[in-house]
Ligand binder design. Structure first.
Ligand SMILES: O=C(O)CCC(=O)C(=O)O
Ligand SMILES: [Fe+2]
Length: 319
């Protein structure tokens, strides 16, 4: 099992790798940056569960049970043996890096949607292929989630839902700034994702942190270590609502440690037209639906509206 380091924003933090130091029981460890320090890091938490997507159907309930435990506990897990080759993942990261090098010209510079072939040869093909393969992984994960919720295995993986998925690929680059959590400076601030699930691939630079209990004071943040060849999967708010809050979407953030970091987030939502209505297996007389039914596109529009700045403020004033 992987380990994760827990830290609160009040802890001392290694200035090199930003792993928190705090007293308490646990196994002393060197921080991931390898710098020798006067204090030790305490590994006091198990990392997220690891789900093997290659298991044959006779073993599938082993995966379902691990996944269910993760979804009830923190809403984060790794998936391995997902069928996307490491060689292809290296190609996707290489294309992501080359785009950043090519378009370093300043904000809002460069083609908006598909870069011209001669600027980034192979970029569009790589990203479209990644989309195809990652969507299949997302469908496989969604089938396990359906089983973990005692639903029909194909509940989410139907033509009307993931057959017309809204999938957004976000190629992220964190440019080596050192975060300062105590002063609210982050690579990415605390948030939960809106949709159904997110598949996240990261390079080997540590940075992603999750908070399992958003109401705790102070909040405790744990690193989710990068894992070669794995996707980190997290549940989105739409699934939390759909499951009547039985499955959790989790607060997460990215803390920069001064190293360049690349990650690839693949956000998956079902068709715009599907109805997000409390799942039949997640309600009872004692536990009635907490939310009214809502169309997927209405829900997403509300969330974007609530959390994004009004871009109209950047428009030129009318003369
Ligand atoms: O870069 C990461 O590790 C996380 C990115 C993320 O949470 C997001 O884009 O929603
Ligand atoms: Fe996120």
């Amino acid at each position: 099992m992987p380990t994760a380091m827990a830290t609160t924003d009040d802890d001392d933090v290694c200035s090199i790798c930003l792993v928190g130091f705090h007293s308490g029981a646990g196994t002393p460890k060197q921080p991931p940056c390898g710098m020798s320090t006067t204090k030790f890091v305490y590994c006091n938490s198990r990392g997220p569960n690891c789900i093997d997507l290659s298991l044959s159907s006779s073993d599938i309930y082993q995966s379902v049970s691990l996944l269910k435990q993760a979804c009830l506990d923190c809403g984060f897990f790794y998936v391995v043996n997902h069928g996307i080759s490491e060689q292809f993942m290296d190609q996707v990261f290489a294309q992501s890096r080359s785009a950043r090098r090519r378009f370093q010209g300043g904000p809002f510079y460069g083609p908006n949607v598909w870069p011209a072939l001669d600027l980034l040869p192979g970029w569009r093909d790589t990203m479209e292929e990644f989309h195809r393969q990652a969507l299949e992984v997302a469908k496989a994960v969604a089938r396990l989630i359906a089983l973990a919720l005692d639903l029909d295995v194909h509940f989410f993986d139907t033509q009307e839902m993931l057959g017309e998925a809204i999938a957004t690929l976000r190629l992220l680059h964190y440019d080596g700034q050192i975060s300062d959590p105590a002063n609210g400076i982050f690579g990415a601030g605390a948030h939960s994702d809106f949709g159904l699930i997110t598949l996240l691939a990261t390079d080997e630079v540590i940075g992603l942190q999750i908070c399992k209990d958003k109401d705790a004071k102070p909040q405790v943040w744990e690193y989710v270590s990068p894992k070669k060849g794995a996707f980190i999967v997290n549940l989105g708010d739409m699934l939390e609502r759909w499951s009547n809050c039985i499955f959790k979407s989790t607060l997460h953030r990215v803390v920069g440690n001064g190293q360049d970091r690349y990650s690839i987030a693949y956000f998956v939502e079902p068709s715009h037209d599907c109805l997000v209505e409390c799942l039949p297996t997640c309600k009872s007389e004692e536990n009635p639906p907490k939310f009214p039914p809502i169309l997927c596109h209405t829900y997403l529009s509300q969330r974007y509206h609530d959390t994004h700045a009004d871009l109209n403020v950047y428009k030129e004033p009318k003369k």
